[in-house]
Design a protein around this ligand. Structure first.
Ligand code: KG4
Ligand code: ZN
Length: 336
C-alpha cells in the first residue's frame, strides 16, 4: 500500500520555495524549486520579511505547476508534508499554513518535518534506501550536524556547529572575495582546479575530543589574510580559496571519520547543499574507501534544498502512521 502512496511536500524554510510530488518512497513525479537569491541580492543577505512574502507570492502557482507536471489531481493525494523546522519563522509559516489548509480541505494526513533530518533522504531518491545504523553528516547553509541514526526517526545529534555552519562560512568567505550567494560553487571550483597547498589556514577544533564544529575562526583567518596580504589575495585568489576549502574539508572529514570510529559505525551519508561540492564528494569517497565505510552520497542537484527529500522522509512517516494535527506549529530552531 505504502509503495504507491502519493504525497505532496512543501519546503519554505529559508529562501527557496519548493514543492514536490512523490510516489512511494522514491519516484519523483515533480520537484520544483524557485530560488530567491536575486530578490535579496541588493541587501547582501536574506531579509526574513521579504522571504516570507516571496514564498506567499509563488507557492500556489508552484503547487499547480507540480500537479500539472506530475499529472496528479490534489484529490488523489494521500498526505501533505511540510518542513516546520528549522528556518525563518515567517517563511516556515507560509508553508505550514498552506499545508494545513490542503490537509483540512482534502481530509488527508498532515506530516510536519525537520528539514535537516530530511537532507539525508536525498540519497534514497537516487535509488539508495538508507540502511541502519548510520552516521549522517549534514552540511547545509545554516547547519552542520552529525547524527547517529539507529533507524528512521530515531537519531541522536552527536555533533553540531557551535557558530557558523560550514556552508555559511563558505558563503561568507566567498562574499569577502566579492562573490554573490551562493558562494559554494565558486569556492568548490577553485578547490578542484588548484593544488591548494600554498597557504596554511587553521582547521578549528579538529583535535577537540567532541564532535562539534566551529568555522567562524576560519572565516576570520581569511579576513585577516585579505587585510594583511591584499596583493596575494587578489593575484592568487583561486589558490587562496582552494587552501581555505581544504582546511574546512579537513575538519569535516577528520571529525566525521573519528565519529564513525567512536560509535563503531560502518555506514555514512553526506548530504546538504555543501555536499554538492565535487571536491568534497571526491575527498569523502577516497576516505570512505580507505577506511572500508559504505557511503551514501546524493547527486549534486538533490544535495541543495528541495522538497523531494522532505516528501521522501514524509513517505516513511506516512507508512508508519506518524501524523500531525492542525495545531502543529513552526519552530525556527532545531528542537533537540
Ligand atoms: O542545503 P542548502 O541548499 O540550504 C540549507 O539548508 O541551508 O545549502 C546551502 C549551501 C550554501 O552554503 C551554498 O553555498 C552551498 O550549499 N552550495 C554548494 C553548491 N551549491 C550550493 N556548495 C558547493 N558546491 C555547490 N555546487
Ligand atoms: Zn537545507
Amino acid at each position: 500500500m505504502t509503495k504507491d502512496s502519493l504525497g505532496l511536500g512543501i519546503d519554505t524554510t529559508f529562501d527557496d520555495t519548493s514543492v514536490a510530488i512523490l510516489r512511494g518512497h522514491q519516484e519523483i513525479l515533480a520537484n520544483l524549486t524557485l530560488s530567491q537569491y536575486r530578490d535579496h541580492a541588493e541587501f547582501g543577505g536574506v531579509v526574513p520579511e521579504r522571504a516570507a512574502r516571496k514564498h506567499l507570492e509563488v507557492i500556489h502557482s508552484l503547487i499547480d505547476e507540480a500537479c500539472r507536471k506530475a499529472d496528479v489531481k490534489l484529490e488523489e493525494l494521500d498526505y501533505i508534508a511540510v518542513s516546520n523546522l528549522p528556518g525563518l519563522l515567517g517563511a516556515l509559516l507560509v508553508g505550514v499554513m498552506v499545508a494545513k489548509t490542503l490537509s483540512f480541505s482534502l481530509k488527508i494526513p498532515l506530516i510536519g518535518l525537520n528539514h535537516v533530518e530530511a537532507h539525508p533522504y536525498a540519497g534514497v531518491l537516487s535509488g539508495q534506501p538508507l540502511q541502519y545504523p548510520i552516521l549522517h553528516l549534514v552540511v547545509a547553509g545554516g547547519h552542520t550536524l552529525l547524527m547517529h541514526a539507529r533507524d528512521h526517526f530515531d537519531y541522536e545529534i552527536v555533533g553540531r556547529s557551535i557558530d557558523d555552519a560550514a556552508g555559511e562560512c563558505v558563503d561568507k568567505v566567498a562574499k569577502l572575495f566579492g562573490y554573490p550567494m551562493p558562494g559554494g560553487p565558486v569556492v568548490d571550483r577553485c578547490a578542484v582546479e588548484n593544488p591548494g597547498s600554498s597557504y596554511e589556514f587553521p582547521s578549528p577544533r579538529i583535535h577537540e575530543p567532541d564532535f562539534d564544529f566551529s568555522f567562524s575562526g576560519l572565516k576570520t583567518a581569511l579576513l585577516r589574510f585579505k587585510e594583511q596580504e591584499p596583493e596575494k589575495a587578489t593575484q592568487d585568489e583561486s589558490e587562496v580559496l582552494a587552501c581555505f576549502f581544504r582546511s574546512l574539508a579537513r575538519v569535516l572529514i577528520y571529525k566525521t571519520f573519528r565519529a564513525l570510529d567512536t560509535y563503531d559505525l560502518k555506514r555514512l551519508s553526506v548530504s546538504g547543499g555543501l555536499a554538492a561540492s565535487k571536491f568534497l564528494k571526491e575527498a569523502f569517497e577516497v576516505e570512505a574507501k580507505k577506511q572500508g565505510i559504505e557511503l551514501w552520497y546524493p547527486p549534486p542537484k538533490l544535495c541543495t534544498d528541495n522538497a523531494a527529500m522532505v516528501t521522501c522522509l514524509a513517505s516513511y512517516r506516512y507508512a508508519a502512521g506518524l501524523y500531525d494535527d492542525l495545531l502543529m506549529d513552526a519552530h525556527p530552531n532545531l528542537l533537540s
